[in-house]
Design a protein around this ligand. Sequence first.
Ligand SMILES: [Ca+2]
Length: 141
Amino acid sequence: MGVVIIDGTTVRSFVEDEPQFNESVEKTFAAFDLNGDGTLSRSEIRTAFESMRLIDVDADGQTPAQLTALYDSIFEGFDIDHSGTVDLEEFRCEMKKIMLAIADGLGESPIQMALEGGSENLLQKAADLEASKQEGAQKSA
Ligand SMILES: [Ca+2]
């Protein structure tokens, strides 16, 4: 787990850096594809989102049925062609939307986030990218 400080600009510039973003998405996709068949199933998506803890289960006091409905709706969002599985292209497309929505939500106010899930966490990658840019700026100054 790491603590990072990010704002909307950090997240947006990460998404807009296409080669970097695509590489990160591919790595994340591979990490979520537990059985290695090249697609993400409903249960793989659920496991992935549980591990990221984007949803605060305890605080919201959700019942198991409500949680299942919630993860189902996340899955439906990814499964754009309703094939019952999520392929890399669908995953990339939806992650981009989610990250841009997060960026809009953050705006210009930096927040401190405790991230779990290790190197496959895209917000962590966004923060790392920002940190490396700032290092570069300091060196050239
Ligand atoms: Ca799979």
